[in-house]
Design a protein around this ligand. Sequence first.
Ligand SMILES: [Zn+2]
Length: 1003
Amino acid sequence: MTRRSLPLVDIPQFWALCTLMALATVTLLPTRVRAQAVEAETFQRDSKQAIDEAYTEHIRKYTTAPALNSPLTDYLPASSTVPTPAKVLGDVAGVPDVLPYAEDVYRYFRLLAAASPRVRVFTIGHSEEGREMIAVAVADAALLDHAKENSSRLAQLGDPRSLKLDDSKAQALVDRSFPIYYITGTIHSPETGAPTALMELAYRLAVDNAPYVQYIRTHLITLITPVVEVDGRDRMVDVYKWHKAHPGENWPHLVYWGHYVEHDNNRDAMAMTLELSKNVLNTYLEWHAQVLHDLHESVPFLYDNTVGDGPYNSWIDPILTNEWSMIASDNMARMQAFGMPGVFTHGNYDTWSPSYLMFMAAFHNGISRLYETFGNGGADTEKRVLSPDEYARTWYKPNPPYPTVVWSQRDNNNYEQTALLTSLSYFAHNSKLFLNNFYLKSKRSVEKPANGGPAAYVLPQDARFLNRQIQLLKVLALQHVEIQRLTQAVTVALPPPPHKEGEEPKPETPPPPTSQTFPAGSFVIRMDQPFSRIADALLDRQYWSPEDPQKEPYDDTGWSFGDLFNAKVSRLTDSHILAAPMSPVTDLTQVTPGDAGAGPFYIVDNSAQVSLASLVYALRGAADVSICDGNFESDGQKFAAGSLIIGGVDASKLTSLLKQYDLAAVSIASRPAVKLHSAEAPRIAFMHTWLGTQSEGWWRMAFDKLHVPFAYINTQTVSKESDLRARYDVIVFAPVGYGSGQQIVDGLPMWGNALPWQTTSLTPNLGKLDSTEDIRPGLGEAGVAHLKDFVQQGGLLITAEDTAEFAIEEGLAPGVFVAPRKEARVVGSVLNSVVLNGKHPLAYGYDGAVPLYSSDGMAFTVSNIAVNYHLLTAKDYKRPTGRGSADDEDIPQGRAFEKAPPLPAPKAWEATALNEEQQRNNPYLIPAEYRPQVILRYAGMKDLLLSGLLANGDSVAEHPAVVVAHFGKGDVVLFANNPLYRGETVGSYALVFNAILNFGHLK
Ligand SMILES: [Zn+2]
């Protein structure tokens, strides 16, 4: 490979060449011999190096068929000084029936580091539950000894502003530098094979004298985090141990993976809420790595899913998409040449959403990669029966997996290591190309305003948006994006609005503005910085065409953070913004004024900040806090309904809380004359099921981060607790994520054995968050009755998505129904909604439009009767055959004409009014004071979609999205959207906290 800088135009040709070479290895072209010769030479082991015979023998024993191994991993080189994984595992990596805890895995890496100068271990942070995360660097000692100097060179390549974008300076650095290839294992806890595969991989890289391994360790540093989800790993090992101790019995599924979420820990790379995300990204960027390669197990036998299928993410550099293909092509070709079945790329993964861990690299000028290998969810050797879509031969699976296979953890470890070793070899042999690409991608990120744009995003100085803007800026800061603040006002040109075909400009409407002035204090996210792409990807809007050939989006189709944070973000193409006077913001905690003033009273205006509830709970018992029930003015300043009036508080305590929660207060001399109610800080219980804890985990995390306290209970405790109202004011029932109302009630089937989730000496990591002797029983009929009693006696139940549906099915929300989805298609989109009832406490702080996250287009209908019976409306009525035209009325002959009363014509968000006839002696008629109140409705079709996919949205448009139902003395809040989701929906958090803070005042 040439050492010269490779201009962009060469990349496709290079790829074509690689593809040809790859083809050459599997077809009978004249180049075949040469290609094979190179390959044989490249991957031959060192015949002079002794083999660890016992270890090698066990590798063979645990590999279930010879084809499921390769010449790279069917032996282990011997060392008299360096311990093999058997030192800790008692047998080889991938040995059946053994899953090591994270600390055992770490113990091995530390033994390895003590024995070999080619291995170093670093602590990179801790999990939510305090468990350590590590990174292991493996390379020739000379590389490791000079890692710091190399890192400072890579830092300059990664921020070409330091080189004044001078390619020749970059070339000199590329010539002297070596890349960092970062591999991460077992983020998904039931995907268990990676830690042992990585233990053995590190041993091979440190010990094996095969020329290709020597080449790898002298040309790059392999960085390994063997366990990403360390809390989940230890729980998974516990579950597995329980399973081994109870042969022949069913074992509990992994109820909790990480402290908060399950599978979605690999959807956190946008909002960066989890410790594992921060630790991996910080490590990746501290090392200035070029690759982040994440290991998973869900597809037989090895799917390099990075290449995937369309649509590709729109914000990545085209160089990257070609790098994906280059590496994967070589990778697949090598493994095909080894004769390993079931190895492929392409497949059904689209690269659209950037929420995956590996995407941290894609959006920080590196290369994202991901393997799906095959795994048995533990270390059992099992007969696996594949489905036809898994074993069918397709154009991208010329040598597909076997229809049935006996699969072992060792097989998994063979595949993972073989694939990684060939990848590392390819990367090492092309290290200069990839370093140059790293520089080019970084440079092109800095040059973004001139190439494709935009110039910048601006968050205008606006007190009403500031709290949520800060939350958004904190995410960008976690992404290592630079933030600036205007030091004086600036006016920039606006692009003309898009002209819609066939739309005539209306003469009476004023022409759209051609420029906009941003006041001093506005935040600027410049696009001429190295990490402009992640900021652009988060702040821009997404459009997924309903016509897209990809009919099954892999994940959310829309996420525009400006919308989801309700933060008012402007995308600017006018590069004048970059010349405006501005200064860097290094400490976001200093943005709010903080100082509360002398008091004795304080007003905190309500602008739907995320943290008003945090303040109210923090001041419980330490201040007198009220909530005002209408707009008012004080000293000429306007305040919104829902604002907090605080008295009897220590000013310094208030100041420090305001700072902590990014809030501002106005000091006043006397309590304003406005209708108030006391802010009670009600007692909250948070109810989860044992079916799944992921969606509730995102809610629980939001409550924890905002320090809103709650009792953590489950459906089984509710089934046993007959007087919930005596203990709690509010029960939060976050979405389950899957499962019908019936499943919530019934739980898992009761045949078979009990499935405990408890802390025992066998399972020390289970039962900590919550415990039960048997996860199978659900809420039960008793639990439903207790919940009903709770609401009837004045409690507040908060529900969303499937739990809202559950509340409706159980009769807790009279007059609320789920709107039939019809043909609507929404897949994780951002939809617009309209505040319908701004005076209702739930809407305090909101006005106009509120962007909402909708997972699948759920919406409600409301009715004045308690059964889902459709009353005839004007829209339904079709005139019969008779006189006149279609719009005329028929007229009976021979008598005076009696005009019929008009049929009701409700809007989609309204209940149909009943006439006297329909109301008479109607037991289903809901008394006026118990009728549901629609707080937010979805916008009309024209304005409905903000980001993502929307097709056939008529059953969503204008329909109720957020409703308060009334049952007995209490209330039930129902969200058709998910207001607390993946740390991304900060703009809708306050809807939930408004409900809580105004407990008892929601009618
Ligand atoms: Zn996975």
